[in-house]
Design a protein around this ligand. Structure first.
Ligand code: SAM
Length: 395
């Protein structure tokens, strides 16, 4: 395959993360052609997708468009997919998986369309090369995305393979861990850039603290992973890939310019967070402590504080959670002067218990749960007066 040929590249993300993804993509020098709720489009080559896969923090998948066509039924689907030069993309020794999303009135079984697409791919390789590649659900090798909506279909090569949220450092998750891409989005929304102290009480398995360390060091999250869909594509140049990885690594810092502190009341959570941070290569840069959040050490030079407290789905939890949220509000008010505090929660009722006025509310989704990142500016006396006279960012 021609790795220099530019075509439409669809970069997907969870709902709520697209504004941050847009900024990341633009910072890497690409012009965003269009955005929608769960992704954006740019024009790029397969070589470009290597850099995107390594560097993007909020993206899910980087999909390179192979073909789009009018499609009104399974036979048309088969014919059009068969017409793609699959023998130039995958050899008979590879393993192919197809992921499909179908919104078409005549197709009520996605698996049927999926099978049709898979047949077209392996039949074409068989016709051209005399042997069929294996196929199945594992997204470990060549991954193809089919999106079929009404009378149009799009076929993409998924250059990421497994979703980019799987950084591979979280060997031990705790209860309700944040997805890595969401944690990166929360940090971007908080304005964290590594130059001010970051405090993460209730850190759980450490996702926010680890993603913060990677941002602060300018370390590309994709460097932690060795397998991507793109490396299995015919024409992949291993030397070029190694060169990009080396170049990406070279641009990273070795040390933080401001501390990152992560605490949790649960000893097991801190042990897991330390192990995960070690896998990510940043355990020596994060200060971990087992303690109640009220005993979290706070650097004198104020920075950003991010809470991701439990937000409880079971009945009976609400009462103690209300107390917990109120205690977080009291802690911010009495101990965190000068800090910008954030609470990430999926429960609006609980957020009322905090008892502080929010200066910003940023919408996010954690899976299907609508969440908010609530900002609290803990001004010291003199600034408080200014704030009272004319806040501009109150919502
Ligand atoms: C939703 S989890 C955080 C998940 C984390 N963001 C992650 O990605 O793994 C909430 C955490 O709050 C901690 N926690 C609950 N009450 C606490 C308290 N009073 N002080 C400190 N930590 C507490 C729990 O042990 C749990 O690890």
């Amino acid at each position: 395959m021609d790795f220099n040929r530019k075509n439409t590249v669809l970069i997907t993300a969870s709902r709520g993360l697209v504004p941050y993804l847009s900024r990341e993509v633009e910072q890497l020098g690409y012009e965003v052609a269009s955005t929608h709720a769960t992704g954006l489009e740019i024009t790029a080559s397969l070589n470009d997708t290597m850099r995107l896969n390594l560097r993007l923090r909020t993206a899910f998948n980087v999909l390179y468009l192979l073909k789009t066509f009018e499609c009104d039924g399974p036979d048309e689907l088969y014919r059009n997919i068969f017409s793609i030069a699959w023998e130039e993309i995958a050899g008979p020794d590879e393993y192919v998986s197809v992921v499909s999303r179908i919104e078409h009135s005549s197709i009520n079984n996605t698996m049927f369309a999926n099978q049709k697409a898979k047949d077209a791919i392996v039949d074409k390789i068989h016709q051209e090369k005399g042997a069929r590649p294996d196929s199945g659900p594992e997204r470990t090798n060549i991954v193809i995305h089919l999106y079929w909506k009404n009378d149009r279909a799009w076929v993409y090569l998924n250059t990421s393979g497994q979703k980019l949220a799987d950084r591979s450092y979280r060997k031990i998750p705790c209860a309700a861990p944040l997805q890595e891409t969401l944690a990166a989005g929360i940090l971007f929304a908080s304005g964290y850039d590594g130059n001010t102290p970051l405090v993460v009480p209730m850190c759980g398995s450490g996702t926010l603290a680890i993603e913060a360390a990677l941002i602060a060091l300018g370390r590309a999250p994709g460097l932690l992973r060795s397998n991507f869909g793109i490396i299995h594509v015919k024409g992949f140049d291993k030397n070029f890939w190694q060169e990009i990885r080396r170049e990406t690594l070279k641009s990273a810092y070795k040390n933080l310019s401001a501390p990152i502190i992560a605490t949790d009341i649960d000893r097991k959570a801190i042990e897991a967070a330390k192990k995960n941070a070690r896998t990510a290569g940043c355990d020596h840069l994060i200060e971990f402590k087992v303690c109640d959040f009220t005993d979290t050490p706070l650097p004198e030079n104020p920075g950003i504080l991010i809470f991701n407290p439990p937000y409880g789905e079971r009945l009976g939890e609400l009462n103690w959670l209300e107390k917990l949220y109120k205690a977080i509000g009291d802690f911010l008010k009495t101990k965190c002067t000068g800090y910008t505090g954030y609470i990430f929660t999926g429960n609006r009722e609980l957020s009322k218990a905090v008892g502080l006025r929010t200066s910003r509310k940023v919408p996010f989704y954690n899976g299907d749960i609508e969440c908010r990142l609530l900002q609290y500016k803990m001004y010291s006396g003199s600034v408080k007066k200014k704030y009272r006279s004319g806040p501009e960012d109150l919502t």
